[in-house]
Design a binder for this molecule. Structure first.
Ligand code: HEM
Length: 81
């Protein structure tokens, strides 16, 4: 169970830039990764997923299929879909 707020996909899509904030979804949860963008080891590519789902990109870049990456992501969780 989670006490975090529920967001719509429409709300997520509004957060698609560093100005508006960078939100992404992963497996039904919503993450505000704005602060992580500048320290991402893969650089600005991360912005391709801004306002949408991580899954298609993480399928392409399998380097993300590691526990330590999911631990980083979990720190930025703000809600659920
Ligand atoms: C590498 C995190 C989104 C592209 C990495 C690494 C981490 C990370 C921790 C280093 C992994 C390692 O070497 O062990 C994240 C997180 C993301 C995210 C937390 C979302 C919140 C993305 C997206 C893309 C991407 C959306 C592409 C569209 C890459 C690439 C690398 C990488 C290309 C390899 C960089 C290199 O080693 O030269 N990411 N990533 N990442 N990421 Fe991401």
């Amino acid at each position: 169970t989670s006490d975090l707020p529920i967001y719509t996909l429409e709300e997520v899509t509004k957060h698609c830039s560093l100005d508006s904030g960078v939100w992404v979804t992963y497996k039904g949860a919503v993450y505000d990764i704005t602060e992580f963008v500048a320290v991402h080891p893969g650089g600005d590519k991360i912005l391709l997923a801004a306002g949408g789902a991580l899954e298609p990109y993480w399928a392409l870049y399998a380097v993300h299929q590691q526990d330590h990456v999911l631990e980083i992501l979990s720190e930025y969780k703000i809600g659920v879909l």
